[in-house]
Design a protein around this ligand. Structure first.
Ligand SMILES: [Mg+2]
Length: 366
């Protein structure tokens, strides 16, 4: 299926450079994909629970970046996207370069769920992935060790994905489970099943805060509080923008009594997590080690995600000088990922191409 990137098919002035990048990608040295251009990067920062200005800044930044506002000045949005795609070219356009860099290495796939495998929807309980996406991920997991890395709790994401072949890292990597033994890529099929919960001592506190947030947010229409076992998500997606500040203040008022919990920001969501130093990047590293790929020279991790919390994983890959990070977005975002895909349908195309590439290589060896 041809890549549907509007930039490539558009003939407006100023788009030529983007087309040129797609046709003449920069040379990629073997071994790893470098981050194509130096850039200023904003690290995901914890929101200061006691800092009112930070809460207001979050609400403002969320308003400014929402697609509704982007539509108000289409030419500016187009211009920004054109500039952004130069630094983060489409992973579909760069497919050959990516697989070329992986030669001689074991590809390991890491996939975020919401906004990556499933569309973003108003009701987080209805973020279903399509059957076609499920089939594609199943085929992918038969070709490469594959993991879902998500902010959701494992049970919830497993109900959506329903594939026993995968590793699951739920609650932003704080709840990790390996596949059943029969699906293991690990050479040692008899080794213990991977289970890792670095923040289990926080469970009672998380439950307590969840109850309080549910109570406090009742008076804000559309607010939804989700218990993701080791973290809590407060969803703003269905809340009137005029009420975002008020809801953020309510969250802050609960959290200020819990210094061992921290607040981070996602896509129209505030997330509460234990202060332990553990994130999706560390989960990625833990999984690579569990799979026996701690050795830098023989593994090629590919991480695909759409959210700020995925930045920890993109940064981890960049720091290790290994594999590729792919940001799923139709809008310019400050990211450490090398490449981009616009939406889950493009993610599916990319995964399908990887499967076909692997199948051709396997056949040619027989
Ligand atoms: Mg996501």
């Amino acid at each position: 299926m041809p890549h549907q990137n509007v930039l490539v098919s558009d003939t407006k002035p100023g788009m030529d450079t983007a087309v040129m990048v797609a046709q003449k990608p920069p040379a990629v040295p073997r071994g790893y994909i470098p981050y194509p251009y130096p850039r200023s990067r904003r690290v995901l920062k914890n929101l200061e629970i006691n800092g009112e200005q930070r809460i207001n800044a979050w609400v403002d930044s969320m308003r400014a970046s929402s697609p509704t506002n982007a539509k108000s000045s289409p030419s500016l949005a187009e211009e920004q996207y054109t500039s952004w795609i130069l630094h983060h070219p489409s992973a579909l356009d760069m497919f050959e370069q990516i697989v070329d860099a992986s030669k001689g290495k074991q590809i390991v796939m890491f996939l975020d769920y919401d906004g990556t495998l499933s569309p973003i929807v108003d009701d987080p309980d209805r973020a279903f992935m399509s059957d076609l996406m499920r089939q594609t991920v199943r085929k992918l997991a038969r070709c490469f060790p594959s993991a879902i890395v998500t902010g959701r709790c494992i049970d919830k994401v497993y109900n959506f994905v329903r594939l026993a072949e995968l590793y699951y890292a739920g609650s932003h990597g704080m709840d990790i489970k390996g596949p059943s033994k029969s699906f293991k890529f690990n050479k040692d099929k008899e080794s213990e099943e991977v289970v890792f919960q670095p923040a289990s001592e926080f469970l009672p506190m998380i439950d307590e805060v969840y109850q309080q947030l549910v109570e406090k947010s009742k008076s804000t229409p559309g607010a939804k509080v989700e218990n993701n076992k080791f973290c809590i998500s407060v969803h703003f997606r269905c809340v009137d923008e005029k009420k975002w500040g008020e809801l953020a203040q309510k969250v802050r008022s609960v959290l200020k009594e819990y210094p061992k919990l921290r607040l981070t920001q996602g896509r129209k969501v505030l997330e509460i997590r234990p202060t332990i130093k553990w994130d999706k990047g560390m989960a990625l590293e833990f999984l690579l080690e569990s799979l026996g790929f701690a050795n830098l020279t023989d593994v090629f991790p590919v991480y695909i995600g759409d959210d700020k919390t995925d930045e920890d994983a993109f940064k981890k890959l960049r720091d290790r000088g290994q594999g590729v990070g792919i940001m799923v977005s139709k809008f310019p975002k400050d990211t450490s990922a090398s490449y981009s895909l616009q939406e889950p349908n493009e993610v599916m195309d990319f995964l399908q191409r990887l499967v076909e590439w692997k199948q051709v290589r396997t056949r040619s060896r027989v």
